[in-house]
Design a protein around this ligand. Structure first.
Ligand SMILES: O=C(O)CCC(=O)C(=O)O
Ligand SMILES: [Fe+2]
Length: 326
């Protein structure tokens, strides 16, 4: 499988991102994840059916179609059931998440870590800022009461802007890869080349009614952005200051991706309440985590503790009162 070439490293340094083809074998890394998610969807379907929110569990549909139909009929996006992360606000003892063994194996794929090593060296920490994103076609996606597609486009941001300030000096690398091909039609990412040379720009919470944090377009030139289509097995590597967003899913199939972060071990993750782990250590291989059950246990423990202690309360440094956010 692919290792980082000097040209790819140079591209990353120059432009703040680099798409790498065939980082890992999708049959080895992605197929087991998809298999695992079938079971998660099955449980969700049974739960919604029992609550009377859907008329059928749609067992016979393929994954993408099944999830699209289930989200549409239940009028809700149930992405937390699949995500290997927890809500930062309002976490409950039974908040759904999924930290299964195949997901862990994808996070720690040796082929993936070999490429990551090319960027940040051989002491690799799996930063817990990570998500699976399943985006149904916008034409059939549930909408909120303002008519916005739920979990639609990701607005412009820098990943540095969504972590706490203690990680501003962290050499955080974003790794984004699709589980099925992602292109302009179904909503791949768009990145602004060379934007990593900027400072951290102001992010506005709930800007123009959109969910989440967003950099106002007055602060950079969105016209400079380029789309990054990828096949299963490819990955996009991004600098923490690279401005990026996603396109809308205008296709008739889902857009399905993992986004992971890695940093050199010992540096702040920017989300200290969540559990990370040493994915690779050339200096101390014994410190590496290889047990998927232990990873799963750490997330369960975090959920229990957040549900008891309440919201961490310091995860967002931004305020919509900033004049640029008006
Ligand atoms: O997949 C998306 O829509 C957004 C992903 C993203 O912002 C990231 O990977 O940092
Ligand atoms: Fe991002």
């Amino acid at each position: 499988m692919s290792r980082l070439t000097p040209e790819q490293k140079e591209h990353f340094k120059e432009f703040g991102y680099v798409p790498v083809r065939k980082v890992f074998d999708p049959k080895e890394v992605i197929d087991p994840v998809i298999e695992e998610y079938h079971e998660v969807l099955d449980r969700l379907a049974k739960e919604l059916f029992a609550k009377g929110k859907i008329h059928s569990t749609y067992d016979n549909l393929p994954f993408g179609e099944r999830i699209t139909v289930i989200y549409a009929e239940s009028k809700e996006v149930h992405n937390s059931y699949f995500d290997f992360s927890l809500p930062l606000t309002g976490c409950k003892p039974d908040s759904p998440f999924w930290a299964g063994p195949s997901v862990f194996r994808a996070l720690t794929s040796q082929d993936l870590l070999d490429t990551v090593e090319g960027f940040i060296g051989a002491e690799i920490y799996s930063n817990p800022v990570q998500h699976v994103r399943i985006k149904p076609p916008e034409s059939r996606s549930p909408r909120d009461d303002k008519g916005n597609v739920m979990f639609g486009v990701t607005p412009w941001h820098q990943d540095n802007g969504v972590v706490t300030a203690d990680a501003d000096k962290t050499e955080m690398l974003t790794v984004w890869f699709p589980l099925m091909s992602a292109n302009v039609q179904n909503g791949c990412l768009k990145v602004v080349p060379k934007s990593h040379r900027n400072d951290l720009l102001t992010h506005c919470p709930g800007y123009k009614g959109a969910a989440g944090l967003q950099i106002p377009e007055a602060l950079f030139n969105p016209e400079d952005a380029v789309a990054v289509p990828l096949e299963a097995g490819d990955a996009l590597f991004m600098h923490k200051k690279t401005i990026h967003s996603s396109l809308p899913n205008m296709s008739d199939r889902i857009r399905w991706s993992f986004d992971l972060r890695f940093n050199p071990t010992g540096q702040a993750t920017g989300r200290g309440v969540f559990p990370g782990f040493i994915a690779r250590s050339k200096a101390d291989p014994v410190a590496e985590l290889h047990n998927p059950n232990e990873w799963n246990r750490m997330w369960h423990e975090t959920r229990a503790s957040l549900a008891t202690t309440g919201d961490p309360g310091f995860f967002n440094r931004w305020n919509s009162d900033a004049p640029i956010c008006a």
